[in-house]
Design a protein around this ligand. Structure first.
Ligand code: MRU
Length: 346
């Protein structure tokens, strides 16, 4: 699945498969303006760190198109729109990376016209999208080698094709193992409250004929105790300089339980998800989302009126719980601070 993020030159729009309605309905959401892009990011029409990065890259281009029709100083107008995209979600480093990448191109281009800048940005957005698929396939190749024939792999959230430009990171590892001729089945944790596991991971694996069972998040310990899980592979929104991995809320708990049962716990992510500027997972801003995602199922409120809830969307898994970090450049092993410094030649 590589067509869920499409730039249409005819419509001059970014067309996104609306992940809020999967698996029940395949609806498309068209973004033409910065506000459309930010809305799509915030309400999670599109989600998953690399997919957010690709969307942000096209978003910068669309912001420039919008500025073409505006009065005033185009540079100031455009800069404000880039800031708006940059701040749409706080945790995934890929969003920040994509906007910085577009700013870098702008800086390097010097005294360009807006038309010239837009041509450079559209080309780069297309490259970022294509590169992401290639990186995921390499992650799949390296990670696939760590999976044994007959394994059942648990994953949390959706780090699949839908969370990237295609193929996936954690699900890329599963696809890679299958491409290597192994039989693999998957346990997809449901992933309350947005249900990325039950809805999206189950949707894309089932569509590809990869055996998948959905489990409630709170079944993890018993499934592991019963020997039903051979390995855990998850994605990441940000990996810090010391190798802590920030991923969907609940990942930390899965890692602790995996350690208790000696089950290997891998994180799969492209190198640009590693943020050597941030020292530890505790330094990463954790998105605090709309309480309604927790209080309501559809239109029905579950806790009594007036009761407050937590809706922290991510948690940091400390590096000591991580067996290996699978990237497109190979697998990193502890001590991660050294491995990361070497990777970035720091
Ligand atoms: O809130 P989401 O759905 O954007 O969170 C996504 C995750 O936590 C993924 O595991 C992560 O972004 C890696 S995607 C390859």
């Amino acid at each position: 699945m590589t067509d869920h993020i499409q730039y249409s030159p005819e419509k001059d729009a970014l067309i996104l498969l609306d992940q809020r309605y999967l698996p029940n309905r395949e609806e498309w959401f068209e973004c033409r303006t910065t506000d459309d892009i930010c809305y799509a990011l915030v309400v999670m029409v599109v989600r998953g760190a690399p997919a957010i990065g690709v969307t942000a890259a096209y978003g910068c281009y669309l912001a420039g198109r919008e500025v073409q029709g505006m009065d005033g100083d185009w540079k100031a107008n455009l800069s404000a729109k880039l800031d708006q995209i940059h701040d749409a979600r706080p945790t995934a480093v890929n969003l920040r990376w994509a906007v910085r990448e577009m700013r870098r191109i702008w800086d390097e281009a010097g005294d360009v016209s807006l038309d010239e800048l837009l041509a450079l940005w559209l080309k780069r957005a297309r490259e970022i999208q294509a590169d992401d698929i290639e990186m995921c396939e390499l992650i799949g190749r390296f990670g696939g080698a760590l999976i044994d024939d007959g394994d059942t792999v648990m994953t949390h959230c959706n780090a699949g094709a839908l969370a990237t430009a295609g193929y996936g990171t954690a699900l890329g590892v599963i696809r890679g193992a299958i491409d290597q001729g192994k039989k693999v089945s998957v346990i997809a944790n449901e992933t309350r409250p947005f249900l990325q596991g039950a809805r999206l991971t189950a949707y894309e694996l089932h569509k590809d004929g990869i055996p998948v069972k959905v489990a409630c998040d709170n079944a993890c310990a018993l499934l592991m105790k019963r020997g039903l899980v051979d390995k855990v592979v998850v994605g990441a929104d940000r990996i810090t300089a010391n190798g802590d991995a920030v991923n969907k809320i609940g990942t930390f708990g899965v890692a602790i339980i995996a350690k208790r049962f000696n089950i290997p716990f891998y994180v799969a992510a492209p190198v640009y998800t590693i943020d050597p500027e941030t020292p530890t997972g505790d330094d990463v801003p954790i998105e605090d989302r709309d309480p309604r995602e927790v209080t309501h199922i559809g239109d029905h409120r579950i806790p009594p009126e007036g009761v407050e809830v937590y809706n922290l969307a991510f948690d940091p898994t400390p590096n000591e719980l991580i067996t290996g970090i699978i990237t497109e450049k190979g697998v990193l092993y502890p001590p991660y601070d050294l491995a990361i410094r070497k990777l970035f030649s720091l």
